[in-house]
Ligand binder design. Sequence first.
Ligand code: TXA
Ligand code: MG
Length: 316
Amino acid sequence: MKAISLTKENERELTRAARLIRAGELVAFPTETVYGLGANALDSEAVDRIYVVKGRPPTSPLIVHVDGVEMARTIVSDWPRHAQLLAERFWPGALTLVLPKSLIVPDRVTAGLSTVGVRVPSHALALALIREAGVPIAAPSANRFTELSATTADHVRRSLGNQVAMILDGGPTQVGIESTVLSLTGPQPLLLRLGMVSLHDIEDLIGPVTTGGAPSSGPHASPGLHAKHYSPKTHLLLTSDGVLPPRGRGAYIFVTVQAQAERVVRMPDDPVAYASKLYAVLHDLDRQELDWIAVERPPEAPAWAAILDRLRRAAG
Ligand code: TXA
Ligand code: MG
């Protein structure tokens, strides 16, 4: 686990943020994946505010952020062996576990589901905030519904600016895309959202995982599975061999094959480094009033699976 070493300035900010959380206000804070829009998970009215500010349908459950297994166990009613194994290996980190919820979790948090998503973020500021507030913090990504997730405090300011009590600035997030979501509530573990904690890593530890199944009705088992999600406003398309739209002003994001466009962005060929930069690049290009953003299709390899997933959704 990353050691928490905070400057005096950070400490004052944290104390204020924790006080706001306890008072039922919204605080945006950095996690290692993307910024979260946080509220006291045990305070139904505070959680309500998240939905209003995000413009999020009430049918989309929230992830609850905790500072460790002990706090996690207060919000779930069952802690199976798989949860323990996964927590030991991947927490703090970019893996959300869906488990049966305990009675202290308001229905508002889980969109009426009897299960709750829980994770321990690895960002020092996030962990310190949860500890200082002393309560689990419900937080979706800190962006308006369907928009690109925020990976800097500036992205949060542009999307939600005056609607949050405070934005904790922890610099750009490292992982860059949202956590892997895994349900442990059925007969077999079920992957609900791809992330940088890979299916391979999970199966290595706990055996076979079912993929690609979300019920089609009722509260969404995983709104992250919705096609139109994680999108820039500018039309985004996936492309191969440097083939670009014939008309309009556009941007080209590539790793291997170069091509001419109004804006050209070369990305790292390492998927971890690529993911870390992706949303920041898209946010930036999205402000350039371009007609399109063409992205070189990443390889179909497991290490690129989460990136390909988000790009496909962004392409709609
Ligand atoms: O990395 C992340 O996960 C970020 C940071 C802030 O932690 N959060 C995030 O939250 O991406 P959000 O709300 O944008 O996405 C939450 C995902 C959705 O796909 C949702 O369906 C799933 O978690 N989820 C939450 N609770 C669930 C539940 N009880 N059952 C099934 N899926 C759940
Ligand atoms: Mg989101």
